[in-house]
Write a protein of this length. Sequence first.
Length: 252
Amino acid sequence: MKKISVAGIKENMLIAPDIYRMELELSEDINALPGQFVNVYLDDGAHLLPRPISICRAEDNRLTLVYRAVGVGTKIMAGLTEGDTLRVSDPLGNGFTLPESGTVLLVGGGVGVPPMLGTAIAAKAKGLNVIAAHGYRSELFLKEEFERVGQLLIATDDGSAGYHGTVVELLRSSDIPADTTVLSCGPKPMLKALVQYCEEKGLPVQVSLEERMGCGFGACVGCVCKLNQNGNIVQKRVCKDGPVFNGSEVIF
Ligand SMILES: Cc1cc2nc3c(=O)[nH]c(=O)nc-3n(C[C@H](O)[C@H](O)[C@H](O)COP(=O)(O)OP(=O)(O)OC[C@H]3O[C@@H](n4cnc5c(N)ncnc54)[C@H](O)[C@@H]3O)c2cc1C
Ligand code: FES
């Protein structure tokens, strides 16, 4: 059984409109795989369900979460300050599988960008060539952090930075090596277009899905997605069997 720990907040900073970076300190070291998430438990009475947030970085006993304040829970998180505490689960889900060699192309969209940072750092530590390609609405975040790890391609919806358009359109006009494995997290339309691009190019692709969750740890079947595995349609729980799946099997 995964445990829930009380973490101390060391920093909770606004880094782009409605986007916060929260640095947490736990009493024990965190063993996380790239692409895993934690459940955040808030004391907001009427909303007992956990909020799943991807692990942006985990190092020793420090955990970084980057989140968009969209509703009741994440707005409570945004109001927390240094010295406050937050209950977080152990790392959950399966995470990305890094290839043994070659290039990893990490494609993030919106708040799908944060989990790609920890993945980029793990890929670089493994000696892989790292290319990140991110799609933002407008304002950029985590740009310098990605530039420290590898090549960064940027697309924005409004053209305020980088390529004016979607990140998949940007990839279509970029030179991506043939030995590339694609790992991605972002909104479903982006993932769907990316999987199509990868199928055309013959590139393997793993996608991290976001579903509304209930229990958050595999008990309620509130987060199912559908896969096509060799012609068989199967249901999988995003929180327990995912959130990362073989992109070519996902039925969008
Ligand atoms: C595996 C996973 C990783 C995620 N990682 C991030 C991240 O790194 N950064 C980030 O900003 N957001 C992330 N999200 C989305 C985040 O969980 C929701 O934005 C958040 O739960 C909304 O909670 P709220 O109370 O502010 O919103 P409300 O809409 O008030 O939430 C009401 C309820 O719906 C659930 N819910 C609402 N939206 C979602 C959603 N998109 N996915 C799952 N449950 C939802 C919440 O758990 C909550 O119980 C992730 C979601 C998943 C499934
Ligand atoms: S949220 Fe309950 S099984 Fe996934």
